[in-house]
Write a protein that binds this ligand. Structure first.
Ligand SMILES: [Zn+2]
Length: 101
């Protein structure tokens, strides 16, 4: 299964659990509510981790004195990343350098 499809499915379950908690708002018992909150948290962590593996295009900051483009991470804004970096050194986001070619 492709990562984007997995994210789509996990997001669907995440939304369903959120809707359930909202729908039954004050009627869900403590322990059952905790189970829903745990699964919502787990879906969020999994989606965020998977999304780091989906390549994102870096944001151009400026051209340095050697006419070389300097970029920043599109997720955490870490400055001064270069096309040699396949992943952001700070947040681990996979980077898509096809824009630089
Ligand atoms: Zn980053």
């Amino acid at each position: 299964m492709k990562i984007k499809k997995a994210i789509e499915i996990l997001t669907m379950y995440l939304e369903k659990d959120k809707e359930t908690v909202e729908y039954y708002n004050n009627e869900i018992e403590g322990a059952i509510l905790e189970i829903f909150e745990d699964s919502i948290g787990a879906y969020e962590v999994a989606i965020e981790a998977l999304d780091k593996q989906v390549e994102k295009i870096p944001i151009k900051m400026y051209e340095d004195k050697n006419n070389k483009n300097v970029w920043r991470c599109p997720i955490c804004n870490l400055p001064n990343i270069y096309p040699e970096d396949n992943y952001c050194l700070h947040c681990g986001q996979k980077l898509d350098w096809s824009v630089e070619e």
